[in-house]
Design a protein. Structure first.
Length: 400
């Protein structure tokens, strides 16, 4: 019902609502396309890198990149090449998926990370469209969820043509879920291949605004985390301390602003910094997507969101690329091996509550040259997954 109302609205939400029910503008695809599905911004970054490398091994490929979220759509449209187009992912209803396949004419479906849609997978099999998981990851929690609905999802996993997974643990879980062991390849994570710009994209006013402050940058935070982080920040004894909150969903700006008012803290909206002077602000709320790396570059300490609540964590690699000291809650099942390795290297510390966050920051040592060197060696050693996967996709599915 919500999408019926959206379809009668205007702008991007109308496009999203119409495309999710299989209504598209323009002409049907006469040429075969490669369908890549990525849920939101993080998966879109992986998809864009994969598309870039596939373009090097395929002859004149056409890509259809689908996303679920508005933020993912924005990221996709801003970065796709001329041979690619964006569309919203359809509802997993047979008649809608059939419309999508008929209109976009895919020869293969590449699902980024873990996207199991039974009706779509069944229909793809019937249409002889291979379904391939790329950069696959499957936590114990997700495996238990799928196994709890065994009869519903096991058939879907069995119909996956191939899975390129991130780790040996993922290999075992996907195998247990139902994918044939011979159809699983441990290929590493494409997230290591995504280039993080070292350029400073902050304006002169923004640089001046943050100059001389101790920056505690909290990236991709979720509801339930901001209040803990704010309480911890209040307790910090650092001089010129400044909190940067970058919520996973920037539209939560007003909600976070209310939390700051309750704590009697002054908050600045990032997009207004260049046009307005905030002399007494304690906190900056990042109300746009795609700017997180700019804050990680200048951070004194980074908190990775989705870890103090039961979400499994967000991307730890971005702050690691800048050799920043990282603190994290203990819910890291989406990045368990990466988080553990960063902890072993000495770049990341685990915390459980506001007091432990405050203690960790107050007692944080400067990251040594040795830790930086070992971290960079590890990051570089794990590059290359995207090119390898692209080459194997070409070899296994040469008809695309």
């Amino acid at each position: 019902m919500r999408h019926i109302f959206r379809a009668s609205s205007i702008g991007e939400k109308k496009i999203q609502a119409l495309e999710k029910i299989g209504l598209y503008k323009g002409k049907k695809n006469s040429n075969k396309s490669i369908w890549v599905h990525a849920v939101s911004v993080g998966e879109v970054n992986v998809a864009l890198k994969l598309i870039q490398d596939l373009e090097e091994v395929l002859e004149n490929p056409n890509f259809v990149l689908s996303t679920t979220t508005l933020t993912g759509a924005k990221k996709a449209r801003e970065n796709l090449s001329k041979n690619s187009k964006h569309v919203y992912f359809p509802f997993d209803l047979r008649f809608i998926c059939k419309k999508f396949i008929s209109f976009h004419n895919p020869s293969i479906l590449l699902l980024i990370e873990t996207e199991i849609w039974p009706n779509l997978i069944n229909l793809s099999n019937e249409s002889q469209i291979p379904v391939v998981i790329v950069n696959g990851r499957l936590s114990d929690k997700s495996l238990k969820k799928y196994k709890g609905l065994n009869s519903f999802f096991e058939k879907s996993f069995k119909k996956i043509s191939f899975a390129f997974v991130q780790s040996k643990n993922d290999y075992e879980r996907f195998s247990e879920a139902g994918i044939n062991e011979k159809s699983i390849d441990v290929s590493g994570s494409i997230k290591f291949d995504i280039n993080v710009s070292s350029e400073n994209n902050l304006s002169e006013k923004e640089i001046e605004y943050f100059k001389g402050k101790y920056l505690f940058v909290c990236g991709s935070t979720h509801p339930g985390e901001e209040e803990i982080l704010i309480d911890s920040f209040v307790e910090l004894k650092k001089q010129n301390k400044h909190l940067v909150l970058a919520p996973r969903h920037p539209e939560r700006y007003e909600e976070i602003k209310e939390l700051l008012k309750e704590k009697k803290l002054n908050g600045a909206r990032f997009t207004k910094i260049s046009s307005k002077i905030y002399d007494k602000s304690d906190v900056t709320i990042v109300d746009v997507i795609g700017r997180l790396s700019d804050f990680y570059k200048i951070a004194d300490c980074v908190f990775v969101g989705g870890t103090l609540v039961d979400h499994g964590g967000q991307n730890f690699l971005e702050p690691a690329f800048f050799n920043k000291p990282i603190i994290s809650g203990r819910s890291t099942y989406n990045f368990e091996e990466i988080a553990k390795k960063l902890n072993d290297l000495g770049l990341l510390k685990f915390v459980s509550d506001k007091d432990e966050i405050t203690f960790a920051i107050e007692n944080m040592e400067v990251i040594s040259d040795l830790i930086k060197e070992e971290t960079n060696l590890w990051l570089n050693a794990n590059k290359g997954a995207s090119k390898m996967i692209s080459k194997k996709i070409f070899e296994k599915f040469s008809f695309i």
